[in-house]
Design a protein around this ligand. Structure first.
Ligand SMILES: *Cc1c(COP(=O)(O)O)cnc(C)c1O
Length: 367
């Protein structure tokens, strides 16, 4: 049995969509990008969707469009993918790391409140592993202190908080389409917002700072080439039409894991709060206190079952230590959790037999 860590689901319609674009000769700045954007706009229920070439690009443009820069503090979890923090650093703003809830591993609203200072300008919230952050509490903190909010929803396309789709919360949100995400285009991302000004700035900055109406060689502001190409957009639109089916398949695989792990007292399956719809990105188990994930990951690897330590906290990474000194010990929940969380193989079409094999290997490797 050769079980992959993750696997995109590509069908003939996806292939056909990409081939048609290549044959058309129109490979950039065309109707496929507009169609892909329109699908997001309608699905999430926002005014604007702007496609870009990665989730990281989406976050970077959002940080820039809010005018965040040197001297501005941005509250962000450390228990996330590096891109959430890097987008802040690109603009020389200061990330201030916030601890997480011990059940969902999303931002802890109490610690968020505690870390607000007169320099705080924004919150970079993350919907970790596809589980919505605690949005009511985060919005309350932001309102009290007049803070902007960027939602890094790069792991949570399709998730809902109290019946509302993620992407509607905060000033703007970002999604991502790397091959391990819920839908993929290879490399790509999407900005969604109801804010006309943010949308206009992001559209301009993804396209070399060109004004929306203007000559090709007119540049209104500093910009980038963060455009999504037409092949990727066509693949994205084709994938997007199967999103609900993908989410249901992922829910089913997660349920299979959770049922089979029930008897293991030293393994905690993911926690899903009752007022959310999770969009399963990865399936992450947590080992009991006192255990460490590395021996288990290594042992699974000897059985040819891939597993990853999700996440490695950003505040203890070498490049952050170089910038801000030794921050270890400052985020007790993050540090305790991150020693014990393991992502198991997870994709739409993982079979019952494969789930059995993974759970059997986990069971046999009590360390
Ligand atoms: C995937 C992801 C991103 C964006 O990643 P890209 O590879 O740049 O598309 C950003 N934040 C989080 C939390 C992610 O998981």
């Amino acid at each position: 049995m050769n079980i992959p860590m993750s696997l995109p689901e590509i069908n003939d319609a996806d292939v056909q969509a990409v081939v048609e674009v290549i044959r058309s000769g129109r490979l950039a700045l065309g109707p496929q990008t507009e169609a892909f954007e329109a699908l997001h706009k309608d699905y999430i229920g926002v005014k604007h969707a702007i496609a870009v070439n990665s989730g990281t690009s989406a976050l970077h443009l959002l940080v820039r469009s809010l005018g965040l820069g040197p001297g501005d503090e941005v509250l962000v979890p450390s228990f996330t993918f590096a891109a959430s923090v890097n987008a802040i650093l690109f603009e020389r703003a200061t990330p201030v790391f916030v601890d997480i809830e011990p059940d969902t591993y999303n931002l802890d609203p109490d610690d968020l409140e505690r870390k607000v200072t007169p320099h705080t300008k924004a919150i970079m919230a993350v919907d970790v592993f596809g589980h919505p952050a605690e949005w009511d509490a985060i919005l309350a903190v932001a309102n009290r202190h007049h803070l902007h909010i960027i939602d890094d929803s790069c792991e949570a396309l399709g998730a809902e908080y109290k019946g509302r789709k993620l992407g509607q919360f905060g000033d703007a949100a970002a999604f991502a389409f790397y091959p391990n995400k819920q839908i993929t285009v290879g490399e790509g991302g999407m900005i969604v917002t109801n804010d006309d000004e943010i949308a206009a700035l992001c559209r301009s900055m993804r396209n070399q700072g060109r004004p929306e109406m203007g000559a090709w060689l007119e540049h209104a502001r500093l910009g980038y080439n963060y455009r999504l190409d037409e092949m990727s957009a066509a693949l994205g639109a084709s994938q997007f039409r199967r999103l609900e089916g993908f989410l249901q398949k992922r829910e089913r695989v997660a349920q299979m894991y959770t049922e089979r792990l029930q008897g293991l007292f030293w393994v905690r399956p993911p926690v899903v709060k009752s007022h959310v719809r999770i969009s399963w990105f990865v399936y992450v188990i947590t080992l009991a206190k006192g255990m460490h994930r590395n021996p288990l990951i290594e042992h699974l690897q000897t059985l040819h079952i891939p597993a990853r330590g999700y996440f490695s906290p950003i505040h203890t990474q070498p490049y952050i230590r170089e910038l801000f000194g030794d921050l270890s010990g400052t985020l007790p929940v993050t540090e305790s959790i991150a020693d014990r969380t393991i992502a198991l193989p997870f994709h739409n079409n993982l079979s019952a037999a494969e789930v059995d094999a993974v759970v059997e290997a986990v069971t046999a490797t009590r360390v």
